[in-house]
Design a protein around this ligand. Structure first.
Ligand SMILES: Nc1ncnc2c1ncn2[C@@H]1O[C@H](COP(=O)(O)OP(=O)(O)O)[C@@H](O)[C@H]1O
Ligand SMILES: [Mg+2]
Length: 249
């Protein structure tokens, strides 16, 4: 049962070590239902690690992560169920190369959600239409452009009916002319009320769609503000330095 008073995502005093390396240091983050949080920061600051811990692709050393009021289970069926509530889109699209676009999108619902093939296909076609690649349903991933493949990856994640979507630099591997077609889908998703955590350096997206910008450096969250506040009045030397480099490149 959903706990309406608790934020949808709560990252509570989370620490993560990779051996001797301290990758997340007392990270605290809450994401309310329908909120869009953009996470930015220099390479190696722990952004991907944070995303990966939120859907338990990585374990945490201590602290707690709750999705919709439920603590992330360590393993087993409970973990599979909870993980299905968290959609993830990576920089590399990770589509199955030998399956069609339609099969890529129906696989999860059929296997994990137990949906019939016919129902999964009907829903997949709607989602593919929504991200603008409905006419590509019978092709293989390699026959699509990078931007199209990433939009399929978004449709595939949505097919699981997640409560929250995590995006880890979804446009970083794309040619410049394809970035906007993916960002447009994400902006639309945000407008429709999807709860989203988005690691991106696309500041246009942050300004357009984000409720909050979280700035990370060295495994810590240094700032957590509105985009307006963050871009006009960054508070730390790290964020000032980071923003100045973004603007000059
Ligand atoms: N599996 C791993 N084993 C050891 N170190 C890792 C592993 N994954 C990430 N790291 C280290 O953790 C730090 C944060 O990485 P990451 O979360 O990928 O940063 P970002 O996404 O902000 O670039 C980096 O220094 C990286 O080298
Ligand atoms: Mg990363």
């Amino acid at each position: 049962m959903a706990n309406q008073s608790e934020p949808l995502v709560v990252v509570d005093h989370v620490e993560k070590h990779y051996g001797d390396f301290h990758a997340l240091k007392d990270v605290n983050l809450t994401v309310e239902r329908g909120q869009v949080v953009v996470v930015i920061g220099p390479s190696g600051s722990g952004k991907s690690t944070l995303c990966r811990t939120i859907n338990r692709l990585e374990t945490i050393t201590s602290g707690e992560i709750r999705i919709d009021g439920k603590v992330l289970p360590a393993e087993g069926k409970a973990l599979a169920n909870l993980r299905a509530e968290v959609g993830m889109v990576f920089q590399s699209f990770n589509l199955f190369a030998h399956k069609t676009i339609l099969e890529n999108v129906t696989l999860g619902p059929i296997k994990v959600r137990g949906v019939s093939k016919a129902e999964a296909e009907a829903e997949a076609r709607k989602l593919l239409d929504r991200v603008g690649v409905g006419h590509q349903a019978n092709k293989l991933p390699a026959q699509l452009s990078g931007g199209q493949q990433q939009r399929v990856a978004i449709a595939r994640a949505l097919a699981m009916r997640p409560k929250v979507m995590l995006f880890d630099e979804p446009t970083s591997a794309l040619d410049p002319e394809m970035i906007n077609e993916v960002l447009d889908v994400m902006v639309e998703l945000a407008r429709e009320g999807m709860t989203m955590v988005v690691v991106t350096h696309e500041m246009g997206f942050a300004r357009k769609a984000a409720d909050r910008v979280v700035f990370m450096a060295d495994g810590q969250i240094l700032e957590d503000e509105t985009p307006e506040e963050f871009f006009t009045n960054p508070r730390t030397d790290r964020s000032k330095d980071f923003l100045s480099k973004l603007i000059t490149h």
